[in-house]
Each structure stands twice: as C-alpha cells, then as structure tokens.
Design a protein around this ligand. Structure first.
Ligand SMILES: [Zn+2]
Length: 318
C-alpha cells in the first residue's frame, strides 16, 4: 500500500461515523488544556508547553511498557482537578473531541476518585458535575453519550462502594454502568465480587478491565463472579481456550484496543502490531494518555491485518 493510499485510508476511516465504547475521561484531556489549567491554578509541572509535557502524561514509543509506568501517568493527571470549572471543562472538551472525530455514540468512563481526590470533593458531587457537563455538551454536539463510573482495584473496596452509590444516584442522569480498572497485577477482583453483583442486580451495565496486566483467570472471575458483559482489553484470554469458550457461551465481548495488542506483541506473543497504528499513536495531540481516535486505530489494525482482532462489543446502554 502506498503512503498516499494509506493517508487516504486514514482520512476515510476518520470520516466514518463511529461508536466509541472505551474512552477514559482522565485519559482524554487535551495537552493544551493541562497547560492552561496549570497556569491558572499555578500547578507545578515539569514543563509548560504541550510538547514538553507530552512524555509525562502520554505513552510515547520509547516508554517502558508495563502497568506501573502506564498508571503513573495518571498520578500527574490527578493534580489538575481543583474546581467544578476544571472538571466540567475537561468533560465538555472530551465530548467536543469525540464529536470532531465523527463519533456518533460514546460511552465515556470516569473515576470519581481521580476527580475528587485533590480537593476532597464528595463523589456524588463530581459525578453530578460530569453528568451536567456531558448533558450540556450533547445539546450542541451531534453525539449521544452515556457514562460509566469506574473504580480502581488498587484503591480498595471502600472507594468502590462510594463510586457505586454515586453511580446508582445518577442513573437518570446518563450513568449506565460501572467499571473496574486500575492496577491488575497483584490486585485480584475478589473484594469487588459482591459489589459488582449488587450493581448488576440494580440494573447497571458491568464492564471489567481484566486479562491485560494479569492472567486470563481474572477474565473468568469477571464473567462468573462479577457479571461482566464486557471485558476491558482482555487480550490474554487467548492463553486459555476454556475461558474463550466461556466468553462465547456468555456472550461476553472484549474491548481490545491497539495499545493492548501492541503490549501483548511486545511480550513476544502472537498479536501483530501495526506500524501505522504506532505512527498514528505517536502523532496524536488531543488525547494525552490514550493518544488517538481509538476507533480509527482499531480499524487500521483490522484492515491491515485483514482480520478483525477483536469482537465488536455490544453497547451496554439502555
Ligand atoms: Zn480502559
């Protein structure tokens, strides 16, 4: 394929109407916005321009590829949430950016703990602010957005319970599901089993990050013990055919993004990595950690390999 043809393909993919089911608000902040907020609130940063800041908040081609390094990016990103204004600006811009990428439907996930920690805002308050901003942005952008409230394995069950209560309180405000994320290695899902079953019984959609930084047994737990309808990343499911079969039987789907596929590839496994995807990832400006319009990358991967590397997940929104 010539360079021109590849450029054209990328432009065509970007022009396609898309569905985005796995975008983290905290990983979707514009670099320029970070710089502006830092100046406004006098936040100390290692650099005050987008290019200088990039390596501190974004996975770059030279970054060590491990979960600790990846999650460390979010430590710095948590230092910006000083006010309702900041939280709502970030949420609004995430919707505007998705709209600009021609995404027609998006499920945006966010972690109340991440937004509330700096100023000790109540979880219920930050969830309400995000809902308000997202619902307002939908009035001006032609996009439908539903929200998933996320909690981190490594931050413990108490924080999870607070997140669940806030999610349940805002079901009529756009919240449709809950998610388990964070450090997977060393943090099994066991403490969260009951909480996720409670959420499932209450009618929330369930998605769990599993089988990415730890083995495929976490995917089995997510399906059987937590009621997961969707698995975040989950690329290590290919290591255990019995869990592949379980996922098939339960209709569980996988959000397998290019980053996950690349990490898996770098561990010496079979999932191919795409040079186009790497180039596109390293060029992106708007999404500091996640880096790119993932739908486009996903499609580029699929088209280049001439096979679909994952299953298109079903929407969990109502
Ligand atoms: Zn994720």
């Amino acid at each position: 394929m010539t360079a021109t043809a590849k450029t054209s393909l990328r432009e065509q993919i970007l022009a396609l109407p898309k569905i985005e089911l796995h975008r983290h608000l905290e990983g979707a902040v514009r670099l320029n916005t970070l710089v502006e907020i830092a100046r406004q609130y006098k936040i100390e940063l290692p650099a005050y321009d987008p290019d200088g800041l990039r390596s501190y908040v974004q996975i770059t081609p030279d970054s060590p590829m491990d979960s600790t390094h990846f999650l460390s990016k979010f430590d710095l990103l948590r230092r910006f949430y000083y006010s309702q204004e900041v939280i709502q600006r970030v949420a609004r811009e995430a919707i505007e950016d998705a709209f600009a990428d021609n995404i027609k439907y998006m499920e945006l996930r966010f972690t109340p703990k991440a937004l509330s920690k700096l100023m000790n805002f109540p979880f219920d308050q930050v969830v309400d602010w995000v809902c308000q901003a997202v619902n307002a942005a939908q009035q001006t952008c032609d996009i439908k957005v539903r929200l998933i409230v996320s909690m981190n394995r490594h931050e413990g069950i108490k924080e999870g319970e607070r997140a669940l209560q806030a999610a349940l309180a805002h079901r009529s405000n756009g919240v449709v599901g809950i998610d388990l994320a964070g450090q997977e290695a060393g943090y099994p899902g066991t403490p969260f089993f009951t909480l996720f079953k409670t959420a499932q019984k209450a009618g929330l959609g369930i998605t769990v990050h599993a089988g990415e930084w730890a083995g495929p047994g976490n995917i089995r737990d997510a399906i059987l013990q937590m009621g997961a309808q969707r698995i975040g990343h989950g690329v290590r499911v290919v290591e255990d055919s019995t869990i592949v079969q379980l996922a098939r039987e339960c209709g569980t789907t996988f959000d397998a993004l290019s980053r996950t596929a690349r990490l898996y590839s770098w561990r010496g496994n079979a999932v191919p990595r795409s040079k186009s995807a790497q180039r596109a990832t390293s060029k992106a400006d708007r999404l500091p950690v996640s880096s790119i319009t993932r739908c486009a990358i996903w499609l580029i991967l699929a088209l280049e390999q001439q096979s679909i590397p994952t299953i298109l997940p079903s929407a969990i929104s109502r």
